[in-house]
Ligand binder design. Structure first.
Ligand SMILES: C[S@@+](CC[C@H](N)C(=O)[O-])C[C@H]1O[C@@H](n2cnc3c(N)ncnc32)[C@H](O)[C@@H]1O
Length: 348
């Protein structure tokens, strides 16, 4: 385990308008999601006036790339609420983000939605979206582009890379995977507090495709090779290089879906997480199996049900399962289906 304090926290984008100037890849990549946001703006239930109509932009950086999505969403909302209803737009980012550049861009750029619509009110929140940053049930429409691939922290050093997607180190890969899962859940939990019932949130983020490709390979290779050269030339120290980690993670389709999966509550795992008692973990699952399926299995023994051999069989099976599960406790998936059946009126 590495000492967390040695790593820098995920840093904001380069300031002074640099992100605004060098983010055309992101702007172009967001366009298909802007269509999704427009669709969401047409369909989302709106709070009745005079309640506030709030749009939130999570991870805005300096704001330039937010114009296209916000303008598109506002246009669709205007078709529904008319020109005079006030709309609030909150841009959010980390505290160190260049909010001066954001406000200058909002105020001065001719593409800014503020330049054409006097009933739009813009504000900013300098706080990580891994906590609740807006009042409960206040947001009608949310947008987050190119942001949530950034993890809340660097979980560990990556011995052979700066980007974990191209690392061969299994423990680093697993630590990043765990961190990404935890962060995605936290992000969703916080947004679920902020969104009104029926509200929509459109998220565009870096990801790993279905063939397992994170992309950007030549860029990452060039970056890493240049850093190695810089170490060789004495421009950076080996120890500095070791700390260099890009805390971004391309989640897979399954990893995005996982928090939404209909899954039973694994109480045995929850208990294990609290007490780290591996034997109790294994024993509880073994008891679960014993009570539910052992009798069926024992029924296949040659001797009759309930005899001594059957009891020994069940004890040994329970002990074996306990030992195996205790050796490597893992959370179970507990897929469940639930449905409501409606009896149709018989008209015959
Ligand atoms: C690549 S920029 C994306 C900017 C813009 N949304 C776009 O589409 O181009 C990612 C932004 O996410 C922000 N970010 C990263 N982690 C964050 C966090 N935990 N809370 C809020 N913003 C975060 C970064 O500071 C950065 O400004």
């Amino acid at each position: 385990m590495s000492d967390q304090s040695e790593f820098f926290k995920p840093a904001p984008m380069e300031g002074n308008g640099a992100y605004n100037r060098s983010s055309s890849v992101q702007a172009a990549g967001s366009l298909p999601a802007v269509r999704l946001l427009e669709r969401a703006a047409r369909a989302v239930p709106l709070p009745p006036a005079p309640e506030l109509l709030v749009l939130a932009d999570y991870g805005s950086s300096e704001g330039h790339n937010s114009f296209a999505p916000m303008t598109a969403a506002i246009a669709k909302l205007r078709e529904r609420v008319g020109r005079s209803r006030a709309i609030f737009v909150f841009h959010t980012d980390l505290p160190d983000n260049d909010f001066t550049a954001l406000f200058q861009t909002l105020g001065n750029d001719s593409n800014s939605y503020l330049s054409t619509d006097p009933a739009i009110f813009a504000g900013a929140i300098g706080r990580s979206y891994f906590v609740q940053i807006l009042p409960a049930s206040s947001v009608t429409l949310g947008w987050s582009a190119w942001a949530i691939q950034w993890l809340s922290r660097v979980p560990c050093a990556i011995p052979d890379q700066v980007q974990v997607a191209y690392s061969h180190d299994l423990s680093a890969r697993s630590a990043f995977t765990e961190q990404a899962a935890e962060d995605w859940r936290t992000f969703l939990t916080m947004r679920s507090r902020e969104l009104r019932n029926g509200a929509r949130l459109v998220v565009l983020t870096m990801a790993t495709d279905d063939s397992g490709d994170f992309g950007y390979r030549p860029v990452v290779d060039a970056l890493y090779a240049t850093l190695v050269d810089m170490v060789d030339q004495g421009l950076i120290r080996q120890e500095e290089f070791r700390r260099m980690v890009i805390p971004t993670f391309g989640r897979t389709r399954m990893q995005f879906i996982e928090p939404f999966a209909k899954n039973g509550d694994d109480r045995i795992w929850t208990e294990f997480e609290a007490n780290r008692d591996a034997h109790a973990f294994g024993a509880q699952w073994a008891a679960f199996c014993r009570a539910s399926v052992f009798p069926t299995l024992a029924a296949s023994l040659d001797e009759a049900r309930g005899d001594a051999r059957s009891a020994t069989f069940m004890d040994q099976l329970e002990a074996g399962i306990t030992a195996r599960l205790s050796a490597a406790p893992v959370q179970m998936t507990i897929p469940l289906a639930q449905m409501t059946l409606l009896k149709a009126i018989d008209e015959t």
